[in-house]
Design a binder for this molecule. Sequence first.
Ligand code: AMP
Length: 213
Amino acid sequence: MRLILLGVPGTGKGTQAAILSKQWQIPHISTGEILRQAIADKTSLGLKAKAYVEKGDLVPDHLIFHIIRHRLSHSSAQRGWILDGFPSNLSQARFLDELLETLRHSYNRVFSFYVPIDVLVQRLQQRGRSDDNPEFICRRLEVYQEQTAPLIQHYRRQGCLTVINGDRSVEIVSQFLQASFCESSLLPNQTTLSVGKKLITPRKTNSIYMTQK
Ligand code: AMP
């Protein structure tokens, strides 16, 4: 299984990626985590990325491309992977497509997580990470809106996007993710799926999984 998880920090995509990674024994590749570790270890990547991460700006693409090329080519990633925080802009999405073509792989699905802005700010403030203070939160939301949000439309056009409401408990969101995989496994014989009262055709139209209160 190869998945791309999109979402503003605090939407719960990292938590869900960790659950799926454990369940399927495939790597959870979080570019944010890799960068934070590199900064803590003071590696050359960390030194180059530090100022960007601390400001809430995106790190230059060429540094990220290096990480992703290395991780996706690694033997541990041959059975699948979950990308969390990558791609973060359209040029990264194009790079990923080219890399996957070279590796003769492709992704199965893109999940876009969202939560209402007030919940998001509250979650980030509670998380208490050094880059989660109000000024940086605003900057990161701004960067997401400007550079990452266009990916939602990009993947929607390709018909592989599922929108996930992250404003629910970890367990409920996880159940909805699982349900979406069970349904998509029916795909070869059954192209139209029913989700609640909606009929959807994954890969032909956009699939939307909304969790209920
Ligand atoms: P995250 O853990 O996803 O919130 O990422 C933390 C920080 O790492 C971001 O604010 C960026 O500075 C940097 N970062 C993470 N992923 C990327 C990416 N794909 N491209 C550029 N910068 C990234």
